[in-house]
Unconditional design. Sequence first.
Length: 465
Amino acid sequence: MRYQFIDRERELNILEKEYRSKGTRLIIVYGRRRIGKTFLLNKFASNKKHLFYIAIESSKNIIYRDISNKISTLLGKPIGLLEDIEQVLELLTREFKDRFLIVLDEFQYIVEADPETPSRLQRFIDLNPNTNLVIVLSGSAVSFFEKQLLGYKSPLFGRRTASIQLKPLRFLDTWRFYEKYSALEALKAYAAFGPTPAYARYVNDDLDVFSNILDNILRPGSYLYDEALNFMRQEFREPSTYVAIINGVVDGYTRPVELANIARITSKTITKYIEVLEKLFIIERVYSLGRKRGNVQIEVIDPYFYFWFKYVKPYMNQLESGDEERVLEIVEKTYNEYLAHIVETLVRRELLLDAISLNLIKAETGKVGKWWYKGEEIDVVITSKNMCLFAEVKWSDMSKQEALREARILEAKASRTGLQKSVNKYAVVARRIEDIKKPVEEKQQYVLVDLLKLLETLKHKHTMS
């Protein structure tokens, strides 16, 4: 298992800038469980005078007793029992004349134990705008942070000096956890372990991908075997409803009304559940561009959850009976088809945009989605003011002539979308394309993309940047 500080430079720079700024600073850092908040904050605090407290579900007395003990140890003298957040901050202001950092991780538990905490914190900040304190409130309860700390009804509204929502890693950064892998092997690993640092670090790139899947996901007792279910139980008050929704999407039911029926909730209520899962970056609403706003499909965008609901949940009886090898055979036989879906989503959400930003594809970024109508579908549409890029993703090896033929078919299909602009390009993204030496070859309006070559090029440029 590999512990690395990966792709959090931007967030670390924000924290460092706040630390260097004058006066009392209030920073809010939040994101779903296992996303790397505590790892980031430990890195930030490592070379500073600081108090780092990770709260647990407990009473107010126990929480402030623990904080008091930590401060007493830090100062090397008894300080008595501090009773609330104001007393804590006032003491730290008196005792430390230079910059001092206080990190309160899983802050939602402190507020749960003492609901007056946000109001007390507001009063301290309003009365003491020029202290030496940098206060970081962190936690994994996304809805709590967005409503009770960042929402306009919160006592702390307008008091924060910075806020960071930590998101899952992008594919190119996730690849750094198993950098020995080729582009193909990295895709296979990503398709099972996903973009969460706490999950990706379990991949041992001295072993093949399927050995990693067997050891770390399919084997009962391994960390990721029941992590998806544990995540749901910790994150949601109604885990069974969210499980039903994700399960439905994985089974191919992508319309909200279908998912409402599966979860046995109303079609009006389903929107609330979808929004919660979107904020956690587990699912995403994908729109058919150029069609009515209600024309939407739901996709699971976190590969770990997709893998778990496809290959772990349905086979739990066999896995619990010690039949992991048999289930692994099922994974191996169907993985190419499964991988095709993961790759299509990845190309739409990240890889084409990466290629455009590096000028590997000469196109403009803009609104991204898909297009479908009466049985016809285009995998990726990127439309801007003057240009539209249409793309089909083919998880197969093709000749150059086959790819050009697919591009012409795509062009004909695109003519029926009503989305064409003054400049239009038609891209075919295939696993490999024979007879093209570069990762991207453009011929007039047609763009041919060898995906595995593109990934190696993107990795090299990303490493050099």
